[in-house]
Design a protein around this ligand. Structure first.
Ligand SMILES: [Zn+2]
Ligand SMILES: [Zn+2]
Length: 166
């Protein structure tokens, strides 16, 4: 699925979300500017913003200086695009932050402030891979860990699936 054109309602607070163009990536992100400050990403959009060096100034500017009513974390958020129940996943192996994800369309919803926290967790893919390797070493031992990393090295998507979106 690509950019949604229709206005969607925030899965956390139900307010209509505003489409904000991110020039560096040339895509629209849905932001809950009138409600809780949450952000909804279509399918693969999220990958474009989850590292610290990637430019999200347009997004930050949009959110900056406003007061939001943070939404309560509840179990039953529905995907604003396909109305399936979203599932809460950890942002990464060490992550404290849970992200709502729709297994139907691949959409992800972040509560206000969560994107910055995720981006600060790992400055780059390289660091994220290293964290994954450390984790494997601890859990499975060196030999198995190196073997898995070797197999995954050229497969960024799978690496992310395994370690970033647990
Ligand atoms: Zn909201
Ligand atoms: Zn969905």
């Amino acid at each position: 699925m690509s950019d949604t054109k229709e206005i969607i309602n925030c899965p956390a607070c139900g307010k209509p979300m505003e489409k904000v163009l991110i020039p560096s990536a040339n895509i629209n992100i849905d932001i809950c500017t009138e409600g809780c400050g949450g952000i909804f990403f279509d399918n693969r959009e999220f990958d474009k913003f989850n590292e610290e060096h990637e430019d999200i100034s347009a997004l930050i500017d949009k959110l900056k200086g406003k007061k939001y009513a943070p939404a309560e974390k509840q179990e039953n958020r529905l995907c604003p695009v396909c109305e399936m129940k979203m599932v809460q996943n950890k942002s990464c192996i060490n992550g404290e932050i849970s992200v709502d994800e729709c297994y139907c369309c691949g959409g992800k919803f972040l509560d206000f402030g969560e994107l910055e926290k995720i981006r600060a967790e790992y400055a780059s893919d390289r660091e994220r891979s290293k964290a994954a390797l450390d984790y494997l070493m601890r859990e499975k031992g060196e030999e198995l860990a190196l073997e898995s990393m070797e197999r995954l090295k050229d497969n960024r998507t799978m690496l992310q699936k395994l370690f970033f979106w647990e």
